[in-house]
Write a protein that binds this ligand. Structure first.
Ligand SMILES: *Cc1c(COP(=O)(O)O)cnc(C)c1O
Length: 380
């Protein structure tokens, strides 16, 4: 018997209530039954994004589909965008822009660091023709959190649009869409939303519509104008992932019941306890001062082949962590703690790391990590 534990920053663990909702017999999407669920879901999504004015579209795709829709709908040929790039997902914004022929200026930070808002300011000052800024709230590949509130103030000051990948922000970190003045934000189902992969949610502010109307980039399936028209009729333009939508309604019920502020606090508390556990084992954090509460990225200890440790924990013990992406491969490992996660999950995760590193020959004082986790949780 092997029990599976998913400590990855997406896909994440799915609550049994949500799985059961998803397992219900399918309903047809052109029915009052579906429209009622979809209408309620679209309202609840506004709570998730903390918006009154924005409209939230549900896309049947993974998060990247939502990102592509943002570029295709917000930009026009030959226009210029500023991309904030501090990891694989920031790089994805730049790749998407390039595919659509959008000219990019890149603000870069080393892997493990956050983009300095002062750099954003100086680039916007230098390139007055930048129409939009593409940012990543939580750079999941490195575990770094960006200060979107501060970046939004700067971007607004230059009259540019702010488009945020909050795929591992929404439902984990504070993200008040209206209050911060974000123009478009995207999230996905398999991160903080506690769902299997397959849905993306894009929140569009009233301020963004001039750009949408003017956009001349090719799109058919990903057209915000079609989505907006259908949303007004409590439906989607094309056949949506009905079962996932039904499941998402359940997940949002759970989030509403806990309260979004409490959801953010829980993630903060669990992330902080994880960091304490890691440090107590003598391991070094990769993201330093700008650690997000999504994932704890840890430098692989000297002399340990971390890829083999991750593989053994997953295949023999049923515990899944992720390694580093791109050039961070073999250098770091990442402990995801988002969505359906509680304090005993963190204890399990740290216990698994103690076991995995010990089996790889690294000296581990058993219990030191989980003791630190227990203490941190008791004191918070
Ligand atoms: C997971 C993730 C994505 C990509 O989402 P997919 O669902 O894999 O397409 C994009 N950005 C961030 C920050 C993510 O964590």
């Amino acid at each position: 018997m092997k029990k599976n534990y998913l400590f990855t920053p997406g896909p994440t663990q799915v609550p049994p209530e949500v799985l059961l909702a998803e397992a219900q017999p399918a309903i047809h999407h052109r029915t009052p039954q579906f429209s009622r669920i979809f209408k309620e879901l679209s309202e609840d999504l506004k709570y998730l994004f903390q918006t009154e004015k924005g409209e939230v579209f549900t896309l049947s795709s993974s998060g990247t589909g939502g990102m592509e829709a943002c570029v295709a709908n917000m930009m026009s040929k030959g226009e210029k965008a500023l991309v904030l790039s501090a990891g694989k997902f920031g790089e994805r914004w730049a790749e998407l822009c390039s595919v659509f022929g959008v000219e990019t200026v890149i603000a870069k930070a080393e892997y493990g660091d956050a983009i300095d808002p002062a750099d954003v300011e100086s680039i916007l000052n230098q390139h007055k023709d930048i129409k939009a800024v593409f940012a990543t709230q939580s750079e999941t590949s490195t575990g770094v959190l960006h200060n979107i509130e501060k970046i939004a103030k700067i971007v607004k000051g230059y009259g540019a649009l702010l488009i945020v990948d909050s795929i591992t922000g929404i439902g984990i970190h504070r993200f008040p869409f209206d209050e911060w003045g974000v123009d478009v934000a995207v999230t996905g189902s398999q991160k903080g939303c506690m769902l299997p992969p397959g849905l993306a949610f894009v929140c569009v502010s009233p301020n963004a519509w001039d750009a949408v109307e003017a956009s001349d980039l090719p799109k058919y399936y990903w057209d915000f104008k079609k989505m907006r028209k259908s949303l007004k009729d409590d439906t989607t333009a094309f056949t949506p992932s009905v079962s996932l939508i039904v499941a998402m309604k359940k997940a949002l019920d759970m989030i509403k019941e806990e309260g979004i502020t409490n959801v953010w606090k829980r993630h903060e508390r669990l992330a902080s306890a994880t960091r304490e556990g890691v440090k107590a084992l003598g391991l070094e954090l990769f993201a330093g001062a700008n650690s997000s509460n999504v994932v704890t990225s840890v430098k692989a200890p000297e002399g340990v082949e971390i890829g083999a440790v991750i593989k053994k924990l997953r295949d023999e013990h049923g515990v899944t962590f992720t390694g580093g992406q791109g050039s961070m491969k073999g250098q770091i490992f990442r402990i995801g703690h988002i969505g359906y996660i509680d304090e005993f999950d963190i204890i399990t995760a740290i216990a698994a790391i103690e076991k995995g590193l010990s089996e790889a020959g690294h000296t581990i004082d058993f219990g030191k990590g989980i003791t630190a986790v227990q203490r941190a949780l008791a004191n918070s």
